[in-house]
Design a protein around this ligand. Structure first.
Ligand SMILES: [Cu+2]
Length: 466
């Protein structure tokens, strides 16, 4: 038996792969491996058990296991963590094993799985294994299926991963608080047959949201709808890693939505098919091509496409407020309002006053505005042509002809072949003919309605005014 102190000595060690030989391997509990970085860590092939093709967790990692008499044993520790949302902003979150979201759990159809869950939070917790077929008492709903895991206690969940597919895990105790604080993780049950629906690259991430006041570190947990940071795996652009693929790879991207609203996820330059949902895989005859798919709250989707078009292709939520970082939303629209002169006058009274958005909001990214500490600009990220003017749920699929198989390192920006980039017109700019001829007469102006004189009679009997 190891002491509690020895047991947690591993905290802070970066996990480098599955199946680490544990220092406490002989003990009754598997080691709780911890990640200290938000960088994407592609896992190596499984060291034991049935073979599978590992997934790549965007800005995350997969949890190593210990094989114990044919049972795959994992150890999750629910605990406060500090997560870098993007360079320049950290958040005090709750998560698992050093990060939010927790590590991805990867098993194979038919595996018997034992998960130790230690609670190092200041309140009760539990874990619900979202989407799994399992004994009712393993389903994790506090009060309904099990007593709460009290602070300092460890519970054991055990079941056979019966259905292959895409799953999530999250608390089912004080859910509003614990999910608003970032407690969630991905789970993939690989098919027994490694040749079933094979892909070359398989990316996974969760959609999550936070409400963190500019200048502060801790999410507001009572927010119902008006979150101000929309994230892939608790990262916001430009903090989200690109999805790097080799040209003509078959690519799968799986996502699960644990925010409080739906997200239409959209890819540029390719069409995909939804090949899997929460409930399982979709037969080819029942799929159709799309370039955007809406993911409702609590749902998961797996999309697949052939990455045949080289380039740097945007991949993002199509709700434009979700591709911006923290901002106030109760700002009036100033497009077309001429501020000239007014700003100067106000500046005499309020020296820091700034006029916002009279030519749209695109200047906001470059604006020399003093930001509070620990706050990201609303839109940021530098591309090869300047500011990308995005934040939040935005990243890039980088398709490269010469990317080696299995290599996920960032190849840098795409080098466009000559003559394939939009360019500025340098010729004359005559008035478009349409503005005079077309359309102008097809909708004849209506005569204004004749004035109607209203008369009101005062009680005194005098003629009223109209
Ligand atoms: Cu969205």
């Amino acid at each position: 038996m190891v002491s509690r102190r020895d047991f947690f000595k591993g905290a802070g060690v970066v996990a480098v792969g599955a199946g680490l030989v544990s220092r406490v391997g002989a003990a009754s509990l598997p080691e709780a491996v911890t990640a200290s970085t938000a960088a994407t860590q592609p896992p190596p092939p499984p060291p034991n058990g049935r073979p599978y093709n590992p997934v790549v967790t965007l800005n995350g990692w997969s949890l190593p296991w210990r094989m114990n008499n044919g049972v795959k044993e994992f150890h999750l520790v629910a605990e406060p963590v500090v997560r870098e949302l993007a360079p320049g902003m950290k958040a005090n979150l709750w998560g698992y094993n050093g990060q939010s979201p927790g590590p991805t759990i990867e098993v194979v159809e038919g595996d018997r799985v034992r998960i130790f869950v230690t609670n190092r939070l200041p309140e009760n917790t539990s874990i619900h294994w979202h989407g799994q077929r399992l004994p009712n008492g393993m389903d994790g709903v506090v009060g309904l299926n099990q007593p709460p895991i009290k602070p300092g206690k460890t519970y054991v969940y055990e079941f056979v991963a019966r259905r292959p597919g895409t799953f999530m895990y999250h608390p089912h105790a004080d859910e509003m608080t614990q999910m608003a604080m970032g407690m969630m993780g991905f789970w993939v049950t690989h098919p027994k047959d490694p040749k079933f629906m094979p892909v070359d690259r398989d990316f996974v991430f969760l959609l999550n949201n936070f409400d963190i006041e500019p200048g502060s570190y801790t999410p507001k947990v009572n927010t119902m709808l008006d979150f101000n940071l929309f994230a892939f795996n608790s990262r916001v652009f430009p903090g989200i890693d690109p999805m790097v693929v080799r040209q003509n790879d078959r690519v799968r991207i799986r996502f699960g939505n644990l925010t409080m609203t739906n997200h239409p996820l959209h890819i540029h330059g390719h069409e995909f098919e939804v090949t899997g949902t929460d409930g399982g895989w979709i037969p080819p005859a029942r799929r159709w091509p799309e370039v955007a798919v809406d993911v409702a709250v609590g749902q998961m989707r797996a999309i697949e496409f052939i990455a045949d078009a080289p380039g740097d292709w945007a991949f993002h939520c199509h709700k434009s407020h979700h591709t911006m970082n923290a901002m106030g939303h109760n700002v009036p629209t100033m497009i077309g309002v001429d501020h000239r002169g007014i700003a100067e006058k106000i500046n005499k009274l309020v020296p820091d006053y700034m006029v916002m958005g009279e030519r749209g909001m695109g200047d906001m990214g470059a604006m020399e505005m003093p930001l509070p500490d620990n706050t990201l600009p609303m839109m940021s990220g530098q591309g090869p042509f300047g500011g990308v003017e995005m934040g939040g749920m935005f990243t890039v699929v980088k398709v490269r002809k010469d990317q080696p198989p299995g290599d996920y390192t960032d190849p840098g920006w795409y080098k466009h072949p000559k003559g394939t980039v939009a360019y500025e017109w340098q010729g004359d700019l005559p008035e478009p003919a349409r503005s005079r001829s077309a359309g102008g007469q097809s909708m004849p102006l209506q005569k204004p309605a004749p004035d109607i004189e209203l008369k009101a009679r005062k009680p005194s009997g005098h003629e009223g005014r109209h």
